[in-house]
Ligand binder design. Sequence first.
Ligand code: PRP
Length: 180
Amino acid sequence: MTTVEPALRVLIPAERIQARIRELGAQIDRDYPGGPVWLIAILKGACFFLADLSRAMKSSTRIDFIGISSYGKGKTTSGEVKLTKDLDSSIEGADVLVVEDIVDTGVTLNYLMHVLEQRKPRSLRIVALLDKPSRRIRPVDVAYVGFQIPDEFVVGYGLDYAENYRNLSDICVLEEGAKP
Ligand code: PRP
């Protein structure tokens, strides 16, 4: 066993996350009065954000999920991406908001936006809880950002390391040496 607990440093505590999500929900309500807004979460990490954001909104929402896998992520990203799970519904003519936990290199969202644009939604925007602009290698236009963060390895609130830590309520930095 490794000593994991001491090496997790809280970067954004749960209360700040929830307060920012309430602000984002109110802002999105103003931009899409009444709705309906299709909230599309990218599996798996964005599910937690989707659940809280949708409940922070008063406009009507509909939810769907999409799965994407990318190869050679991180420093050696190849930019190769493929769809592993498609939407259940058509988004033609709909107001669509892609819900993402973190924008890192931008490879995932750059690809996904091209895919979704072809399906002729009425509008298509991105809401991302976290943004690491220093890591971008593909352009992505993020309409709503929760927090800009530095280039550190973060886990919690949906974000994982080898599938661990997704259920933390805080967003934490996983310090070197703590990776199991
Ligand atoms: C993470 C994150 C984004 C993507 C961002 O997903 O949830 O979808 O990486 O990285 P990018 O901007 O460099 O493309 P991941 O592939 O780890 O899957 P997960 O959500 O299932 O953990």
